[in-house]
Ligand binder design. Structure first.
Ligand code: SAM
Length: 281
């Protein structure tokens, strides 16, 4: 039976109603399913952490490849379905909860997970807050293999100077090595989403790409620079509240021209600038 027929059968059997607000677009393409599993490079020693298992399609496929799968699902009405569709798998645990409110460090510790890889077909609304949240939590996860909106994948993989380059590109590059895995058509889901998708894998580095004195300040400077990306750095960073003399001094010491725009600065340059600002506050 095809994945589409299996999915439609389950939906009909349980009289499941899609909740648009939860970004419920279920994957029905076997080929893409395999690309996600292969792209995640799961092996027998790994524990997969899935966000939003839906009816458990990806969850089952992962359980056949790795030691354990922990899946976090927010929708009450999917919990009964998952308990039935995944009932035969002893290595799967479903957690009913909100992935955005989850303390992943505690979860990994409580469950005694090692070699943790996050794999998910993320609801679109969750993508940026989830990635920001999980990377900032500094867990020991090895990688994140994510199906996300193509537009967001383009932002994550964007190079300095391009129109897609953003604070998200810099955050992901700071913590991870990023690999593009696949482009995914709207036709691979039910219901069909409005936008195209893409699968990427982000391998979390043992140490961030650059060393800075104050990581929080680095991301504050980046956020301010991109909040007003049309403005010069001078104007965009004035609201940091450093005062004009000190700001001028930070630009001079870091060798960065204040009339440049944030989108032209590499991660290393942002690091240099934030270190100089740190030295003045
Ligand atoms: N993994 C399934 C698949 O590939 O067919 C479903 C993916 S669907 C795009 C997103 C899933 O995330 C849905 O099951 C939805 O209910 C769930 N979800 C939405 N918001 C969530 C949240 N904050 N925490 C956990 N799960 C969430």
């Amino acid at each position: 039976m095809s994945l589409t027929s299996k999915t439609l059968d389950i939906i009909k059997h349980f009289e499941f109603k899609f909740n648009k607000n939860l970004g419920q677009n279920f994957l029905i393409d076997e080929n893409i399913l395999n690309k996600i599993i292969d792209g995640a490079e799961l092996d027998h020693d790994d524990c997969a952490l899935e966000i939003g298992p839906g009816i458990g399609t990806l969850t089952q496929a992962m359980a056949k490849r790795c030691k354990r799968v922990i899946a976090i699902e927010i929708d009450d009405s999917l919990i009964d379905i998952l308990n039935e569709t995944l009932g035969n798998y002893e290595n799967i645990k479903i957690i009913h909860g909100d992935a955005l409110k989850m303390d992943f460090k505690k979860l990994i510790e409580d469950e005694g997970l090692d070699n943790v890889k996050i794999v998910a077909n993320l609801p679109y609304y969750l993508t940026t807050p989830f990635i920001t949240n999980i990377l900032s939590q500094k867990t020991n996860i090895k990688s994140l293999t994510l199906m996300i909106q193509k537009e967001v994948a383009d932002r994550i993989t964007a190079k300095c100077g391009s129109s897609d380059y953003s604070s998200l590109s810099l955050l992901c590059t700071y913590f991870c090595d990023i690999h593009k895995i696949a482009r995914v058509s709207k036709n691979c889901f039910i219901p069909k989403p409005k936008v195209e998708s893409a699968v990427i894998r982000m391998d979390v580095k043992k140490e961030p790409s650059i060393k800075v004195i104050d990581e929080d300040l680095l991301f504050r400077v980046i956020r301010f620079a991109f909040n007003m990306r049309r403005k010069t750095l001078w104007n965009a960073l004035k609201p940091l509240g450093l005062g004009e003399d000190k700001l001028k001094c930070a630009f001079e010491k870091s060798g960065i021209d204040p009339v440049r725009r944030g989108e032209t600065l590499s991660l290393e340059e942002f690091g240099r600038l934030s270190d100089e600002i740190k030295g003045l506050i």
